[in-house]
Write a new protein. Structure first.
Length: 280
């Protein structure tokens, strides 16, 4: 096997997306990453690292993309793909130290890189992907869901920044307005729960990629918590996505028992685990 590094997003996407589309749920993060940049929802980074591992016949065997400054996102990695990918990364010009993908496979890659550099590989976080097919909304939650509007923008940007500080403390900081402005521009991707005439919680979903949408940016300000707003909002948005013929998924941090509990209570079921590894 060998590693090919692409520099043109359109060419790379054309080469790897048919392979990723064989399992659009498990590969949703990679598909969304590429599709959002193809569609202009996210501006392609000048140093976007796009790799594919191919077999002797040129067929794709694994996909690896790193949108700086974040971790490299990995597809399933067959054992024979690990050595050439580790060798390429060790000798490449862009230093990559964090990787997210299937836990054991990603761990093997991190260990191979650490061995080459004389360092160590450590797992930083564990996540779980869930999918929902039938929604069981929580009962007795006051208020209603509605699509976010331009008038909500400043409040939601502030909540986006708070979400980063709280839920993504170990991740690089990004412009908190970007996920809000991008979704508001597209429409239908950003929602709030309204109670007492004002927004009290928010959530978002990614633009559909092969019929799959990912629920994220779930946030309730501290003084509004313990009222069921986030659960009710995620349930409502998930139901709307299912009604539109889409497949909603989401990720939870396995270190957060609350999120794992509330999403399963409304009908989300586990699909796969993901690990973030660091080489240092």
């Amino acid at each position: 096997m060998r590693v090919t590094a692409d520099t043109a997003l359109a060419e790379y996407a054309a080469a790897v997306m048919p392979w990723l589309l064989r399992d659009p749920v498990r590969n949703n993060q990679l598909l969304t990453l590429l599709q959002s940049r193809l569609d202009g929802v996210v501006l392609p980074e000048s140093e976007l690292l796009m790799l594919r591992v191919v077999d002797e016949g040129g067929a794709v065997a694994a996909v690896a993309v790193r949108p700086p400054p974040f971790a490299m996102l990995l597809s399933d990695l067959p054992d024979e793909a690990v050595p050439p990918l580790a060798a390429h990364l060790a000798g490449g010009g862009q230093r990559v130290t964090r990787f997210t993908g299937p836990p054991e496979q990603t761990g093997r890659l991190a260990a191979a890189l650490a061995g080459r550099a004389g360092g160590r590989a450590s797992m930083l976080a564990a996540y779980r992907m869930f999918e929902i097919c039938e929604v069981s909304p929580p009962a007795g939650v006051t208020g209603r869901p509605r699509e976010a509007a331009g008038a909500d923008r400043d409040q939601l940007v502030a909540w986006s920044a708070a979400f980063q500080r709280e839920a993504l403390a170990d991740h690089p900081r990004t412009d908190p307005a970007a996920p809000i402005d991008g979704r508001l521009a597209l429409g239908g991707l950003l929602w709030v729960w309204e109670a007492g005439g004002e927004p009290v919680a928010m959530t978002a979903m990614t633009a559909p990629a092969a019929g799959v949408v990912r629920i994220n940016l779930v946030y309730t300000p501290p003084r509004r918590r313990a009222n069921g707003y986030a659960s009710a909002l995620v349930a409502a948005v998930s139901r709307a996505a299912l009604a539109a013929g889409l497949r909603p998924v989401l990720f939870t941090d396995l270190a957060n028992p609350t999120s794992n509990k509330i999403y399963q209570a409304i009908g989300y079921r586990p699909v796969q685990d993901t690990g973030m590894w660091e080489v240092g």
